[in-house]
Design a protein around this ligand. Sequence first.
Ligand SMILES: [Fe+2]
Ligand SMILES: [Fe+2]
Length: 273
Amino acid sequence: MLIAQLTDLHLRPPGLPAYRVSETNMMTARAIDKLRKLTPRPDVVVITGDMTDCGLPEEYALLRSLIADLPMPVYMVPGNHDRRDHLKRAFADWPTIVADPDFVQFVVDDHAVRLIGLDTVVEKSSHGALCTRRLAFLSDALAAAPNRPTIVFMHHPPFDCGIRHMDAIRLLDGSDELAAILKRHPQVLALWCGHNHRQVETMFGGVPTNISPGVAHQVAFHLDDDRDGSLVFEPPAFRLHRYAGGALVSHTVYVEDYAGPFPFVLDPSYPGR
Ligand SMILES: [Fe+2]
Ligand SMILES: [Fe+2]
């Protein structure tokens, strides 16, 4: 099973960039085009939040049109740039989006790996949280199928990565409780996040945990200083996770094309021949 993880599209109304300089609509279209050309084809697409920049109805209409003819199911959870009400209205016919009356969270049991999407949004805030009800949703879902390999995904990372302005707006409430739930359920293969617009890996609650790079702009890299956040155009990318033989292995796929491929023409002195 192949799962493509896209994140932080930050779509804008047609014709407008994000942050004055980031042509997120074009960059998202390029990422989806890259995804469409992958062989073998991913079985599902997961989007870990910030599908839009401002949660506007025009932005969700563009999202719908961009993913409309993808041949595989798409599952998504909101980020701090999304608006739950507008997301639910734009995707009122998507069971995963409207399954929960208050949040956008769901369980998908249709695939080799069970997928659980969690809603970490705190309205009118940049940081995230998992309240008692959302934690109970996860705990109950995991308890219901302890033998099914499972992936949990959500927008806000629950750990500090060292980029201070992002750590200030990570999952600030519910992280300890989330870790405790994950520790109780060894069937969880991975926890996938977005929000930080950079590739970051750690272990959290005993589970391999990633933040995926964004499909548009990235967050500038600097550790342990007080600089304000800024964005850079490092190579946009998404993750391609392969579940086979009971193991999950994760790759990074760059959206743009680069020079090559070139054949491995071996030098006669290469010691392996
Ligand atoms: Fe974002
Ligand atoms: Fe975010």
